[in-house]
Design a binder for this molecule. Structure first.
Ligand code: ADE
Ligand code: ZN
Length: 338
């Protein structure tokens, strides 16, 4: 099973680039940029990671970004993730980034997106991993700020596949950003939003995503299981759900394997992802491996979740079918995987 999981060709659809900042790179960039860190060593920094809910994670996550200053920093961050991903047999990734977390520190939008984009091109050429970029708005900032950043992104539309919504969900419902997402849609961008696990008013937030924003995907979305109506709607719309087991464990003390089993039983398009792997100390393979251990998932179920990710990826049919064929070639060597 371990070999099967490690080597299966995968897609990752929910990973925040800023959440892939490893402590060692953070220390190297801090030195280069003359930024002071609160800890003396990478080990001490990791030891201070103490998350028990979304806000406690976010405060450490935003503080960590202070070392990202110039274009090359964003290049290094992105290239390091894509190298790690490729070593885990990820062949395709959709990457979130949080421009507002940088522009508010005085780093230009252009600096951020150019560094990321150049690394994506280099990784595709050198490592053979394809990736696309999703601009995330911070929901605890204003809708006006989100709109300003969407306008900043207009010259770079060819470098983006979609927009997302992340950060602190409490009292920041999807509907707050209805106008921004409607404009993004007219610009040809795909739409997704976080509906993190066990958030206040989560049912209303999921319902707004489906009926008002009309998203193309939902990030997390575990709590949809509490409503037959929401599950039915998600199935009818054939929406993918990007579930992040290790990330969930910080909030609900489980990898949500029971919930993931329920989604599979209902034939919802559940996918497995790492979210913020440098902070949660688990990349995609570790998410699959730990989940499999907790929930005793079969090879066939793992295959279904990997297949779902390629199916709901924001790719043209030809590219998607190429990946699905690659997956089929792999699983056909495992009698229990079909
Ligand atoms: N930003 C980075 N990771 C996040 C998560 N899991 N939820 C909301 N915002 C985030
Ligand atoms: Zn996330």
């Amino acid at each position: 099973m371990q070999t099967f999981i490690k080597n299966i060709p995968k897609a990752e659809l929910h990973v925040h680039l800023e959440g892939t900042l490893e402590p060692e790179l953070s220390f190297a960039l801090a030195k280069k940029n003359g930024v002071a860190l609160a800890y003396d060593t990478p080990e001490a920094l990791v030891a201070a990671y103490d998350f028990h809910d979304l806000p406690s994670f976010l405060s450490i996550y935003y503080a960590g970004m202070s070392v990202l200053v110039d274009e090359d920093d964003f290049y290094q961050l992105t290239y390091a993730y894509l190298s790690k991903a490729r070593s885990q047999e990820i062949v395709y990734a959709e990457l979130f980034f949080d421009p507002q977390a940088h522009t508010t520190r005085g780093v230009d939008f252009q600096t951020v997106i150019t560094g990321i984009h150049k690394a994506q091109l280099a990784a595709e050429k050198n490592l053979g991993i394809k990736s696309q970029l999703i601009l995330c708005f911070l929901r605890d900032m204003s809708a006006e700020s989100a709109m300003q950043h969407l306008v900043l992104a207009e010259p770079y539309l060819d470098w983006l596949v979609g927009v997302g919504l992340d950060s602190d969900e409490r009292n920041h419902p999807p509907i707050k950003f209805a106008e921004v997402f409607a404009k993004a849609k007219t610009m040809g961008l795909k739409l997704t939003m976080h509906c993190d696990v066990n958030q206040l008013n989560t049912q209303t937030h999921i319902e707004q995503c489906l009926n008002t924003i009309e998203v193309d995907r939902i990030d997390h979305g575990i709590n949809s299981l509490e409503s037959d109506e929401l599950c039915q709607l998600i199935k009818e719309k054939k929406l993918g759900l990007t579930v992040c087991p290790v990330s969930n464990r910080f909030v609900v003390q489980s990898l949500t394997s029971d919930e993931i089993h329920s989604m599979l039983e209902k034939e919802m398009l559940v996918t497995i992802n790492s979210d913020d792997p440098a902070y949660f100390r688990a990349y995609l393979n570790e998410n699959f491996l730990e989940l499999q251990k907790e929930g005793q998932f079969s090879q066939a179920q793992i295959t279904t979740m990997v297949e779902n990710a390629f199916k709901v990826a924001w790719l043209d049919d030809e590219t998607k079918n190429g990946y699905l064929q690659q997956l089929e070639n792999y699983t056909s060597k495992f009698p229990l995987a079909g």
